[in-house]
Design a protein. Structure first.
Length: 125
C-alpha cells in the first residue's frame, strides 16, 4: 500500500507542477507567446479565407467545361485553395484581410485584462 501511496503522491506533485507552469505561462505571457497568438490568428484567418474560396469555387460550373479534370481536379483544387489562403494570410508576406489583426488585438486585450485582474486578485489576498 505504501508504494501505491508514494506513486500517487508523485503523480499529484507532477500534476501540480504542470498546473503551476501553465498558470505562469497564461498569466505572464512572453514575447514568444505574443508571436504564437499572432500566428494562431493568422492561421484562423487562413481557414476562413479557405472556406470562402471553397464556396466561391463551387459556383463555377466545371462539369460542362472541356477543361474539366473530374473528381481528381476537385481534390487538388481544394488543396490549391488552401495554399492560396495560407499565402494570403500567414507569414510576413501574407497581409490577409485584417481579420487576423482584429482577432489578435482582441485576444491580446483579453490576455492583458486577465493578467491585470489576476495580479489584482493576488494583491488582495
Amino acid at each position: 500500500m505504501n508504494s501505491i501511496d508514494a506513486k500517487l503522491q508523485t503523480q499529484i506533485l507532477a500534476g501540480q507542477n504542470q498546473l503551476q507552469r501553465l498558470q505562469q505561462q497564461y498569466l505572464h505571457p512572453t514575447s514568444s507567446d505574443a508571436k504564437k497568438l499572432k500566428k494562431a490568428a493568422q492561421e484562423f484567418e487562413a481557414v476562413f479565407v479557405h472556406q470562402m474560396l471553397e464556396a466561391m469555387d463551387k459556383t463555377i460550373d466545371r462539369e460542362n467545361s472541356i477543361l474539366s479534370g473530374g473528381s481528381s481536379e476537385q481534390y487538388w483544387r481544394s488543396m490549391l485553395n488552401e495554399e492560396i489562403a495560407k499565402s494570403m494570410c500567414v507569414g510576413e508576406t501574407g497581409r490577409g484581410f485584417g481579420l487576423a489583426e482584429a482577432i489578435y488585438k482582441q485576444l491580446a486585450k483579453q490576455v492583458a485584462s486577465d493578467d491585470s485582474s489576476a495580479n489584482g486578485a493576488s494583491e488582495v489576498k
